[in-house]
Design a protein. Sequence first.
Length: 240
Amino acid sequence: MRFAIFSDVHANLEALEAVLADARNRKCTRFVCLGDVVGYNANPRECVEVVRELDCPVVKGNHDEAASRLTPACDFNEIAERAIAWTRDHLADQDKEWLRGLPLQTRVHDFTIVHATLDTPEQWGYVFNNLDAAASFTYQRTNVCFFGHTHVPMVFVRDGSVRRERVEHVRIEPAKKYFINMGSVGQPRDGNWRAAYCIYDTENNLVQQFRVKYDLAAVQKKIAEAGLPRLLAERLAIGR
Ligand code: ZN
């Protein structure tokens, strides 16, 4: 099976549609979403609708949680918080209910998905180094786990010790464990503005990263028109 696995859409509809079209062109039949469907950009409702229509496995991200919480709480930086407040005002009650009901982690086929970490998924910690990855590996029961949250593609492999591997092509070997982040659809932060996602070909034991261009100017215009912080439009262009 060919799974298209994507994360951190962050209400960027143009990027989401470009990724889904690219994945369909590459013969993906299954989709998996690693959370943060909303927050930062200007199309939260539309992105929730598109992801819901995929009827695919989805886990909850911290922005999904913040935007759908019954009692608003403030644990973001100022710009993210402004975007969350805007998002809360622009989501329908049924969208929020759907976001609230998402699981923190789940199993799909023969792999696991989680937004942040496997050791304490509800605390939304960031996995940026081997030590962070080692903590998650302790709780990883499947060969492969996909995660998001950092918006930076990184692949960790446990084979006795934990180390990092190239992200473009990952050959899955049965004796090893893999903790894989393929970056963000809607707000990449690895210096590359193009939307990121990956395809996991389970028959050929191969995970491949893809980058997809989308109509950046249209997204930036929507951010401005929505009255969202200008920095959110600027950062998209530089992938930070
Ligand atoms: Zn995110």
